[in-house]
Design a protein around this ligand. Structure first.
Ligand SMILES: *[C@@H]1O[C@H](CO)[C@@H](O)[C@H](O)[C@H]1NC(C)=O
Ligand SMILES: *[C@@H]1O[C@H](CO)[C@@H](O)[C@H](O)[C@H]1NC(C)=O
Length: 152
């Protein structure tokens, strides 16, 4: 029976703030990224086997349909605190049907995850200044947290 879903799970240490994920598909010149269509990327605190897609936070859905191809490098801004990045597809590319290949196949070369631990920010993951949790890229203290502290 053909595979109906193919997934790739990255375990990314303990809680971090992801702010950019590159799904990078590239290869020999004759190679086409048709198995890169219609993937989706979720951030999750629980592993793929412990969750349904509704328990994860969706950061990206590719909607490319054949014969179009997605660009082979996709930057995905995804500011989430999570332990797992789950990349999945249920897409069966028509291009390989003549080889009698049926089912979901996902072809990705490289996924880069950029982030920091929750109490740090920036390229060098510096400690947040003046608060415990801050915006992972700007270092701006969480407004809700500040209000909470002021109301105490
Ligand atoms: C993961 O847990 C943290 C801390 O409880 C929470 O702030 C964050 O939103 C959760 N992430 C997801 C993707 O559910
Ligand atoms: C793909 O379609 C979904 C549902 O309409 C939408 O939320 C999402 O933003 C689209 N993805 C892109 C990359 O445009």
């Amino acid at each position: 029976m053909p595979v109906t879903k193919m997934q790739l799970v990255l375990f990314i240490a303990y809680f971090i703030g992801i702010f950019s994920v590159d799904a990078f598909g590239d290869g020999p010149s004759a190679w086409k990224q048709y198995r890169f269509r219609q993937f989706y990327l979720d951030a999750s605190n629980l592993s793929a086997t412990q969750t349904t897609t509704s328990q994860r936070t969706r950061c990206y859905t590719d909607n490319t349909t054949a014969p179009d191809l997605p660009t082979n490098i996709i930057d995905i801004p995804c500011k989430q605190t999570a332990r797992y990045v789950i990349v999945e597809t249920t897409y069966d590319a028509p291009e390989d049907d003549y080889l009698d290949e049926h089912g979901a196949i996902l072809e990705i070369c490289e996924i880069k995850v950029y982030g920091c631990e929750v109490d740090t920010y920036g390229v060098d993951c510096m400690p947040c200044i003046g608060c415990q949790y801050c915006d992972v890229s700007s270092g701006v203290c969480d407004a809700c947290e500040e209000m909470l502290m002021r109301s105490r």
